[in-house]
Design a protein around this ligand. Structure first.
Ligand SMILES: [Zn+2]
Length: 375
C-alpha cells in the first residue's frame, strides 16, 4: 500500500503504518497537549495501546493462515484498523473459517486473561463493562469517559471486548462476515455465498453510515464507507474469477487489431485512434518485434509535449510486458491489473504478436459468461 512505511518486523511479516494513522496520532497528541499539557497526551497513548491489540489480532489471522501454507505480505495500520494482506485467500471454507475466527479469538484470550487478573483483585468487572460498553459506543452523558479515565488493565479489557464484538459483526469483509461466507459456502458454493455475505455487509454498512451521520461520528462513517466499498469489490472479484474459470488467454484476447510501425508519427496514430474503436496500439519494428504499446494517454501526452510530427517511439510505453499463449484467466487478469495498463500484447512461443488482451474485452467476456450461466 502506498503512503505507508515499516515500523517493525514480527514473525517474518512487515508491520507498516499508513501516513494517515501517524497523522491521527499526531493530531491527538498536539490537540491534547495544547488542552491539558503532558496529561493531554493520554488519548494518543491509549490510541497506541488499541492498535497494539489490533496488531495482535491481525497476527492471529496471519499465523493461522501460515498453517495452511498462506503467507502474508504485510500488516498495514490505518486509522480505521489493521489490514493483514494475505498473499491469497483460502479456497476451502473450513480454512477461511478458522483464519477468520483466529483474529477475534486473540481478543477473547486477552480479554479472559485481563478479566481473570482483575477478578483476582476483586474488581467488579461486569458492572464496569455494563456501564463502559454503552458509554464507549454511544458517548457519555456528562459522566467520565471510560476510554479515558479507566485504569489501564480495565481499559485494555474494554478494548478487547469491543474489538471482539465489533469484528464479529457479520459485515463482510470483516471477520464476522468472512465467517458467515465460509458457513454459507459449504452449502451454496463460493460465489453465491460471497454475494449474500457482501449484501449483508453492505446493508449493515449503510445502517452504520446513517448512524454515524446522525451522531456526527465521522470516523464511524468512514469505516462504514470502507466496508461498503470493500464488500462490493470482493464480491465482483469472486464473481469474475468464477466466470473465468477454465478459460485461457487465447479465448479472451482480441485478434482483430491494428498495430503501428515504430517510425510512424503521432499524427498517423491519431488518425487510427479516431477511425475505430481501438484505444491501445502495439508498436512493432520493421521485423515485426514488439517494441512498446501506445495507449490513448501516451498519445495525448505525446501530442501535448512534442507535437503531432514526433515519432510514436518517443511517446509509447516501453518496455511492455507480454503475455504468453495458454496463460490462465486468473493469471492473465492478475498481470494485466498489476501492469496498470489498459491492455497487454499476447505473443506465441516465437515471441510474435498474436493478440491483445484488453480490460474492456475481459469485462465483456465476464458479462457474457454470467448471462449465459444464468439461463
Ligand atoms: Zn480480523
Amino acid at each position: 500500500m502506498s503512503w505507508s512505511f515499516r515500523i517493525a518486523r514480527l514473525f517474518g511479516v512487515d508491520v507498516k503504518v499508513h501516513v494517515t494513522f501517524v497523522l491521527l496520532l499526531g493530531i491527538q497528541a498536539i490537540l491534547g497537549y495544547q488542552a491539558a499539557g503532558p496529561e493531554g497526551l493520554l488519548l494518543a497513548f491509549r490510541t497506541l495501546l488499541v492498535f497494539g491489540c489490533v496488531v495482535l489480532h491481525e497476527f492471529g489471522h496471519i499465523l493461522t493462515a501460515r498453517r495452511f501454507g498462506i503467507q502474508t505480505r504485510d500488516v498495514v495500520l490505518l486509522p480505521i484498523g489493521g489490514v493483514a494482506r494475505l498473499e491469497r485467500l483460502p479456497d476451502r471454507p473450513r480454512e477461511e473459517l478458522l483464519i477468520a475466527v483466529a483474529g477475534p479469538a486473540v481478543n477473547l484470550v486477552l480479554g479472559l486473561l485481563l478479566g481473570a487478573y482483575l477478578a483476582a483483585r476483586g474488581v467488579p468487572m461486569l458492572t464496569f463493562l455494563g456501564s463502559a460498553i454503552p458509554a464507549a459506543l454511544f458517548g457519555t452523558t456528562g459522566g467520565p469517559d471510560p476510554l479515558m479515565t479507566a485504569p489501564l488493565p480495565w481499559f485494555l479489557l474494554l478494548v478487547n471486548v469491543l474489538l471482539l464484538g465489533f469484528n464479529l459483526l457479520p459485515a463482510y469483509p470483516m471477520d464476522g462476515g468472512r465467517v458467515l461466507r465460509a458457513l454459507l459456502a459449504t452449502r451454496l458454493g463460493h460465489v453465491r455465498a460471497t454475494r449474500i455475505a457482501a449484501t449483508v455487509g453492505q446493508g449493515l454498512a449503510m445502517i452504520a453510515g446513517v448512524y454515524g451521520l446522525l451522531g456526527g461520528d465521522y470516523l464511524f462513517m468512514l469505516l462504514a464507507l470502507f466496508v461498503f466499498l470493500a464488500a462490493g469489490q470482493e464480491a465482483a472479484m469472486v464473481a469474475a474469477r468464477a466466470a473465468g474459470r477454465g478459460i485461457i488467454v487465447d479465448q479472451m484476447m482480441v485478434t482483430r487489431y491494428i498495430s503501428i510501425p515504430l517510425y510512424a508519427t503521432l499524427r498517423q496514430a491519431v488518425d487510427l485512434l479516431l477511425e475505430g474503436e481501438q484505444r491501445e496500439f502495439p508498436v512493432l519494428d520493421n521485423v515485426g518485434a514488439i517494441r512498446g504499446l501506445l495507449t490513448r494517454d501516451n498519445l495525448i501526452h505525446g501530442l501535448a509535449a512534442r507535437g503531432p510530427d514526433s515519432a510514436v517511439s518517443e511517446a509509447m510505453t516501453q518496455p511492455v510486458q507480454t503475455l504468453p499463449l495458454g496463460l490462465s484467466f486468473d493469471e492473465a487478469l492478475g498481470r494485466l491489473r498489476a501492469s496498470g495498463l489498459p491492455a497487454l500484447p499476447v505473443v506465441d512461443v516465437g515471441g510474435h504478436l498474436v493478440g491483445m488482451l484488453t480490460m474492456d474485452n475481459i469485462t465483456d467476456l465476464i458479462l457474457v459468461r454470467q448471462a449465459v450461466a444464468r439461463t
